[in-house]
Design a protein around this ligand. Structure first.
Ligand code: COA
Ligand code: NAD
Length: 698
């Protein structure tokens, strides 16, 4: 006899169906079934309904669409909806105490609150391709719905603390071997879940409840050592340490008190700026990949094969980035020796990955097989995208593009990896400027995730959209920018380095500036970074721009003087610092401090004690003011794109959310007042960007 089916909407985001005597509670809150307030209420109400019907033998919780559940609705954090009753803790308790077995049927992902919901269920089954994890630390948080208390009870403390403090996801197979899930299924998820749930209901009379399970007292990790082992420079170091403490609470406290402790840690973190900044970055990185141009999606040019010209530092790294993503590459050079050097470097880099355990020899072979080489640009005739990575010289680039125009097929995208040259001028060397675009990869290009996609005046929407999609496909974070001197990232560096130079003349020392900026959170100080990047490159840019520099504007000669001595940074073992052979550790150099004092004297500057606070304020606000100007000019699509560039390309601390988000946390009024004060004191370099005034007024 078949039981008649009941199917109804419990809330906007939860549906309830009775099928074969099993209640199916279906979360339907696309795109990722985030556990917002209506979902929590819907699940709780649906469960009540299932328990009230004596025909129902078991309950299954499952997700609509691509995933089971992507966790709490992050957009609701810090709003009343996030704490509206029932909280996830209440829903989980109701599930756990259900008199009928409850099965979580996981497909796609069960992350964060999604996995916490599943942990409250008596059983978990997962599709073979599902991924599970508690990634809250990536957002500067700890799980807040019982994850740190239930997971150690299920899989043991050591594995639980590892998963929670790393935020790593595991596949279904690994989850099964850890004991995180009870069964891996293939095929129709609803049928698999119904069969599993009915079998449990028929065979058992009591269901496993993690809240009631004791934690084995032996083999516990050393929690102090785990906290001490957290890299203090990690973007989420505070959250990682608190995650360890939260699991420790599971060991030390009864279950309900452990939940209280976990929630207290979560509440502290969710209210703090570092987590807000990391959540800002999470959404900013998703936004930056979106091109808001007309008809972009329909027209996007597909990229299935790539030609790269120049097998130097950048060309080699870019070739690896495509090969790693499974896209075939033709790498072209002007001479065999350069090609051999380039390929040797690529192989060496892959072998380093093998030595570190990140890649197998088989993986290396597969990747290398995707890179063909050539000494003739004719090999680019059939590729969808050509990326030029030859010397940074306009005449060379224009010559290359004239040739590419003749060789590349119709509809191919012609890209340049230039750091600073004008894309429009390069495009004008072709008969098809609408196909020309900048793809500014960062070094090392196989590692760095940032990609500035530089649209020329005439670049077509189809080409832009194709490049944005290609970037995501190869695992990059694209940011669409317009043509200007240095695009977004390098343009902002100009003001940042300018202030560092002025501060040196005014009395700061080289190590003081770097230490102050590192203490603020930068991966590296501005002067050590200049040494790493090579001071000669910026020197050349300054010389190129010298004729356009207004003579009355203050200009620090410190960097030029250092370069005049043949000190270009690490590559010459001397720059702002000196370096010992084979060692990249910067060593303060009295010669440079003397040179700085001399520059100050020539400029008539009376040196004084400069505080670390002033260093941070001037260097960071220089970034903010230029970032605001970039937004004003429409060079970036949105302010958060500037943050994406700075955090992913320039070592700006992610937990401060990038320069624009940091300014917002200071308050735009305060930022405006500070920049106005710097303008009054230091002059024209500090003319406030109109966008900052607008923000302050808003
Ligand atoms: N809360 C609110 N919105 C979320 C979300 C969440 N937990 N997870 C994803 N989204 C949004 C994204 O911002 C995106 O919005 P958009 O379309 O407006 O840009 C949309 O959902 C789709 O996400 P996307 O990441 O593009 O989809 P995907 O299929 O590539 O990946 C996930 C899906 C769930 C794996 C991924 O989004 C993810 O890891 N989310 C965060 C999970 C998490 O940290 N949970 C713990 C929360 S404390
Ligand atoms: P590189 O000197 O390491 O490599 C350039 C390569 O191009 C050399 O191997 C050279 O033999 C080859 N080449 C020169 N002219 C050629 C031609 N006509 N045909 C074929 N090959 C030719 O330089 P790089 O650091 O890789 O820089 C390449 C480009 O990338 C430049 O435009 C640079 O501004 C830009 N860029 C560099 C970095 C960086 O950090 N190095 C970062 C972003 C962008």
């Amino acid at each position: 006899m078949t039981t008649p089916e009941t199917s109804l909407s419990i809330s906007d985001t939860v549906r309830y169906t009775e099928r074969q005597q099993v209640a199916l509670i279906r979360i339907d809150n696309l795109p990722v079934n985030g556990l917002g307030d209506t979902v929590r209420r819907g699940v709780a109400d649906a469960l009540k309904r299932a328990l009230a019907n004596s025909d129902v033998k078991a309950v299954v919780v499952l997700g609509e669409g691509k995933v089971f559940c992507g966790g709490a609705d992050i957009r609701q954090f810090n709003t009343p909806a996030a704490t509206a009753k029932p909280m996830l803790r209440d829903v989980n308790r109701a599930i756990e105490r259900s008199t009928k077995p409850v099965v979580a049927c996981i497909h796609g992902v069960a992350l964060g609150g999604g996995l916490e919901l599943a942990l409250a269920c008596h059983y978990r089954i997962a599709d073979a391709s599902a991924k599970l994890g508690l990634p809250e630390v990536n957002l500067g948080l700890v799980p807040g719905g019982g994850g740190t208390q239930r997971l150690p009870r299920l899989i043991g403390v050591t594995d639980a603390v590892r998963l929670i403090s790393s935020g790593k996801q595991v596949g279904a197979k690994e989850a099964a071997s850890l004991g995180l899930i009870d069964e891996v299924f293939e095929g129709d998820r609803e049928q698999a879940a119904i069969a599993f749930a009915l079998a449990q209901a028929a065979q058992q009379t009591a269901w496993p409840v993690l809240a009631d399970k004791a934690i084995a007292a032996d083999g516990l990790p050393d929690f102090d050592a785990l906290r001490a082992a957290v890299n203090p420079k990690a973007r989420n170091a505070i959250a990682q340490r608190m995650a360890v403490s939260s699991v420790e609470a599971a060991v030390q406290l009864p279950f309900e008190q452990g939940l209280d402790k976990e929630r207290a840690l979560f509440d502290e973190l969710v209210a703090g700026t570092p987590s807000k900044a990391l959540r800002h970055m999470f959404f900013a990185e998703k936004e930056s990949a979106k091109f808001t141009g007309s008809n972009a999606r329909e027209a996007a040019r597909p990229v299935r094969s790539v030609g790269i010209l120049g097998a130097g530092t950048m060309g080699g790294g870019i070739a690896m980035a495509f090969a790693n993503a499974g896209i075939p590459v033709v790498l072209c050079e002007r001479e065999q020796a350069a090609l051999d050097r380039g390929m040797a470097l690529i192989e060496r880099n892959y072998q380093i990955s093998v030595a570190r355990g990140g890649l197998t020899q088989e993986g290396v072979k597969t990747r290398l097989a995707r890179i063909q080489t050539s000494l003739d640009m004719a090999a680019f005739a059939e590729v969808d995208l050509v990326i030029e990575a030859v010397f940074e010289d306009m005449a060379v680039k224009r010559d290359v593009f004239t040739q590419l125009d003749r060789i590349a097929k119709r509809g191919a995208i012609l890209a340049t990896n230039t750091s600073r040259l004008n894309i429009n001028e390069i495009a004008a060397a072709t008969q098809r400027p609408e196909d020309v675009i900048g793809l500014h990869f960062f070094s090392p290009a196989n590692v760095m995730k940032l990609l500035e996609v530089v649209r020329g005046e005439l670049t077509s929407d189809a080409v832009i959209a194709g490049c944005m999609q290609m970037a995501v496909a190869i695992g990059k974070i694209p940011v669409l920018v317009g043509v200007c001197e240095g695009f977004v990232g390098n343009r902002m560096l100009t003001g940042y380095w300018r202030e560092a130079g002025f501060l040196l003349e005014e009395g700061a020392t080289v190590p003081q500036i770097d230490a102050a900026m590192q203490a603020y959170g930068f991966a590296m100080g501005p002067l050590a970074m200049a040494d790493l990047a090579g001071m000669d490159i910026n020197w050349a840019t300054r010389k190129r721009l010298a004729p356009t520099r207004p003579a009355h504007l203050r200009y620090s000669k410190v960097a030029d003087r250092i370069c005049e001595q043949g000190r270009f940074g690490q590559k010459t073992s001397a720059g702002y610092y000196r370096y010992e052979a084979g060692n990249r550790t910067p060593i303060p150099d009295p010669v440079v401090e003397e040179l700085i004092a001399q520059c100050a004297k020539e400029a008539g500057i009376e040196r004084r004690q400069v505080t670390d606070e002033e260093i941070v304020e001037r260097c960071v606000l220089a970034l903010v003011n230029e970032g605001a100007r970039i937004v004003d000019e429409g060079i970036a699509q949105r302010a958060s794109d500037v943050d994406v560039v700075y955090v992913n390309g320039y070592g700006f601390p992610a937990w401060r959310g990038g320069p624009m988000f940091y300014a917002e946390t200071l308050g735009w009024k305060q930022v405006r007042d500070k920049i106005h004060a710097l303008h009054t004191k230091h002059g024209e370099h500090w003319i406030p960007a109109p966008w900052i005034d607008k923000q302050a007024q808003a």
